[in-house]
Structure formats: C-alpha cells, structure tokens
Write a protein that binds this ligand. Structure first.
Ligand code: AMP
Length: 510
C-alpha cells in the first residue's frame, strides 16, 4: 500500500473487500499509529479507533444481539460516535443514525420502522457508551444481507422513509470517488454533516479508507462561520465538503476575517443547486488559490454523489438558471429519459441512475420502492433509480434543471412538501393546507405553510400549529411563516396552483 516514491499511502482497491470495515482494518494494519480523527484536543489513532469499535462490537454481542439487523446510534458528535458506527459494522450489523436533536415522535418512528433491536447512546460518564436493548417492533421488516446503513429521508406521504444501502453500494462509491479525485493519506477532511445525511458517508469513510484523517466540527462551530473558518485554517483542512448555502456563509466569514486557506486542495459542493455567483466570488477571492471546486450531484438512493463537474469561470453563469453537474462517477450509470427514451443533446429529461451505487430500496415500503426503482431486463437484470431530477444533456455533460415534483432543498436538507402538508391536513383546525418555498430578493429560501382554517369564523392559532409541527418534524422542516387564506388557489383543472400560491406568499407581495 506504500507509494514507492514517497510516504503517501496508496488506497487499496475497494473491490478487494466485501465490507467497508474490512477496508478500514486494512488501513489500520498498515498505519496503526496514524491519526484517524481529530476531536478538539483529542487525537485518535487508527489503532485506538479500531480498539474502541471492537470493544463496542463485543458489548453488542454480549447483549445477545445477532448480526445482520439494524442497530441505532443516537449520540452527540464526537470521536466515539464514529467508533460506534464502525463498531456496529464490526458486529456485522447495519447502523441507523438517530439525530438527538429530532423531536421524540420522529426518533420513535425511526426506531420502530427500522426494527432496530438495540440503540447505542452516550453513557453517563465522560466518553462512555450505553446500550439500550429494545423490544422487537411489530413493524419489523428484515434488512437485506450486508446492509451498511439505513438513512431516513423525508417522505411525501407524511412519514420519513428508510433508504437501505448495502456495503457493496458503499464500497463501489468509495472506490469510485477515491480513484476519481485521488484522495489519499495526506488529506485532512472536515466532518461537518450529521450522520443522518449521506454527505457524512463521504466525510467519514473516504478519509478512513485512504489512511487520511478527519476533524470533527463541533455543532456550535458548524453553525458559526467565523469559528468554522478558524478551525479549517488551524487544522490544515485540505478537503472540504459543503452545501452551497452554507458555503456562502463561510465565504462571507472568510472575506470579513481576511483569512486565507492555502492548504485547501478540494472543495466539494453538494446537496443542492450550486450558486454560480458565490463560486465565482470564491474563485476570484484568492482565499484558497490551490483549491479546485467541484459540483457533486446525487441522491441518497444512489450512494452519496452520482455525478461530478469541476467548476470554473467558463461554466459558471449567474444569469443561467441551470447549473453544470457533469458526468457519472464510476459507481453509477446515468440515463436522461423522457417517455422512456434517452433525450437527444440540448433537451431535458429525468435523470435515472443505474449501476453499483443503486440502493436496495425503501425499508418496508415495497410499493414505494417499485415506483422509484425500476428493474430492466437487458439480458442481465439492471436496477435503476428514478431521481425526479431534471437535467439537460449538453456536449460538456449534464446541466441540472430542477425537479419533476414538490421535493425541495433548504440548506441542502431534503424536504418533501407533501410530508409537511400531510401533517397540516391531519390537524383538526385545518381544512386545507399547502407548503411552499419562497425567498426575499437577496435572502435564502424559506418554508411557508398556507392554511385554510376548518372554521370560517376562527383564525388559525399559529403558535399552536407551530408547536404541533415542531413536535413531529425536525426543525429544518418546520415552516418559518404561516399564512391564512380563505381558499387555496386552483388551476383550471382543479389542481393546487403552486405558482399562484408562491406569488401570494412572496414577501414582496404578501
Ligand atoms: P439527498 O438524498 O438528501 O442527498 O438529496 C438528493 C437531491 O438533492 C437530489 O435528488 C437533487 O434534487 C438535490 N441535489 C443534490 N446535489 C445536487 C447538486 N449538486 N445540484 C443540484 N441539486 C442537487
């Protein structure tokens, strides 16, 4: 694994392993004393991480839990959280992250729906872990063999759905990105994203299979751009993965603070449409002269990133509504289809993703899975994921054009408007409801709930509605504004007129 020319560790091929944790073990065996994680003042070596993961795996087995099922991890951010994720894999089980900040009802849904038998939590003592054995849930749906993780994402019917990814998916993804971007043992990553979102899979496991390290970004630092920029500089971060909106806040802080990031090598923008004006500002600023900036597009259902495009002044045009997302990474195949046929150059269609990155499906939701995942028989059976994303095919790759449905992104976080609407409809004081995204002229987009009260004489109790939603939805899904309307606008054929609704709630007109 050693590079004969230098000290750099050359990553092994992902295909040499059946599980991601085996790949991490190979790195540990090669460089046990190398730093794997920097968590505040704590430096965790590969050997230590491995020991802690093994200890947890033994503790889980001692509770009588058999490998192969789901195990929840509900822990605050810190190096033991990552040891727990690795420990769950060492035990031969699949991890299901449960965010401690989610409301109880959502946590309970994830716990019951995944059929997890055990929850790993922060223990009483400093740095300790606690295991909570759970009663078998009646909704238990078995996981396919070698499931790596189940991530819950917003569901249009009112409940989040669990996307099931197997080790083979993750190995193919890691192998593909490591070779494409030549990530290696000299890279320092920032672990910014909650393990509930798949960008964390890149931020945690790419460094750990390449002998690199990652810096844990504490939650208070993640929400304070000026503190975050200091951490990037102090910890000599070389690879930064960011959601475009959050990247803009960071750029503002860097410009204000006059700080440079000379060691930054790669910026990976992902999770939502890039903002051309922000990237152009960044490129012109000279803040990180050595850094290349990439746009990475992909849904959780095709394992983190699916396509990539380097961004430059040539392909960034703030006047265009579409943004370049480039071409497929090695673990996926891309087809852009309209009416089942590939669209010619210059035309737009729906992005379909095939190949080794395609997820197993949604846990316990065979019909929903069948609607989104297509099986095609071309001599061999191929599985494709219908993304609901629109792209135009150009000579230089794909250009992202938006969605076919009402799924939206706020700060990179995926929200099915239907999930918010289903909860509003279920409230007795609401007759009709719709959720829309709007924005102020130069501001960030935000969510608005439009409600028609059940009783024409009584106004909706907004604080009570907000509290009702906050008890059921993570904070990023709770609308910032509530607008009461006598009726929802309809199109000529009687469907909700979302365009009209957006006009009605736009801050300048409302
Ligand atoms: P998630 O499963 O949370 O990663 O969300 C996936 C969705 O986010 C995709 O289906 C797209 O709608 C959107 N998305 C992700 N990356 C990009 C990108 N680089 N450009 C535009 N949209 C993106």
């Amino acid at each position: 694994m050693k590079d004969p020319g230098g000290g750099r560790i050359l990553p092994a091929e992902g295909s040499a392993f059946r599980r991601v944790d085996a790949w991490v073990s190979a790195v540990r065996a090669a460089t046990p004393e190398a730093t794997a994680i920097l968590d505040g003042d704590r430096r965790v070596t590969y050997a230590e991480l491995d020991r802690e993961a093994d200890r947890l795996a033994r503790m889980i087995a001692a509770r009588g839990i058999r490998p192969g099922g789901a195990i929840g991890v509900r822990m605050r951010r810190g190096w033991r959280l990552y040891a727990a994720l690795l420990g769950v894999w060492r035990h031969g089980s699949a991890y299901v992250p449960v965010d401690v900040s989610y409301p109880r009802a959502r946590q309970d849904h994830i716990i019951a729906d995944s059929g997890m038998r055990l929850l790993v939590e922060d223990g009483e003592g400093e740095g300790d872990v606690a295991l909570r054995v759970l009663a078998a849930s009646p909704a238990y749906a078995p996981l396919p063999p070698d499931t790596a993780y189940v991530l819950y994402t917003s569901g249009s019917t009112g409940r989040p759905k669990g996307v099931v990814l197997r080790h083979a998916n993750v190995l193919a993804f890691l192998d593909g990105v490591v070779r494409t971007f030549r990530f290696g043992s000299d890279d320092v990553w920032a672990q910014f994203t909650s393990p509930c979102f798949d960008i964390s899979v890149a931020e945690i496991w790419i460094p750990l299979v390449t002998g690199g390290r990652f810096v844990v970004v504490p939650e208070d630092v993640a929400s304070a751009p000026s503190a975050f920029q200091r951490l990037l500089a102090d910890r000599r971060v070389s690879v930064l993965s960011q959601v475009p909106t959050v990247f803009r806040y960071l750029l503002n802080a860097l410009e204000e603070g006059g700080t440079g990031l000379p060691l930054l090598r790669q910026v990976l923008l992902c999770g939502e449409r890039v903002e051309p004006h922000t990237v152009l500002r960044w490129l012109k600023s000279g803040i990180a002269p050595a850094a290349k900036v990439f746009n990475l597009y992909g849904p959780t259902e095709a394992t983190v990133y699916a396509t990539w495009q380097e961004l430059s002044e040539e392909n960034l045009d703030p006047a265009r509504s579409s943004t370049p997302i480039g071409r497929a990474l090695p673990h996926v195949t891309v087809a852009v289809l309209e009416g089942g046929r590939s669209v010619p150059a210059g035309r737009a269609g729906e992005i379909h993703l095939g190949g080794a990155g395609v997820a197993w499906g949604y846990l316990g939701l065979p019909e929903r899975t069948a609607r989104s995942f297509l099986t095609v028989d071309n001599g061999t059976t191929e599985r494709w994921y219908r993304t609901g994303d629109l792209a135009r095919v150009e000579q230089d790759g794909l250009w992202f054009e938006g969605r076919t449905d009402t799924q939206v992104k706020l700060r990179g976080l995926r929200i099915e408007l239907g999930e918010v609407e289903a909860l509003l409809h279920a409230h007795e004081d609401i007759r009709e409801a719709a959720a829309v995204v709007t924005r102020r002229a130069h501001g960030d987009p935000f969510l608005v709930a439009c409600c028609v009260p059940s009783s024409a004489s009584a106004a909706a109790d907004v604080p009570a509605l907000r509290a009702y939603l906050a008890e059921r939805l993570p904070s990023y899904m709770v609308p910032s504004r509530f607008v009461e309307l006598p009726a929802l606008p309809l199109t000529l054929n009687g469907k909700l007129d979302r365009k009209r609704l957006e006009e009605l709630v736009r801050p300048e007109t409302a």
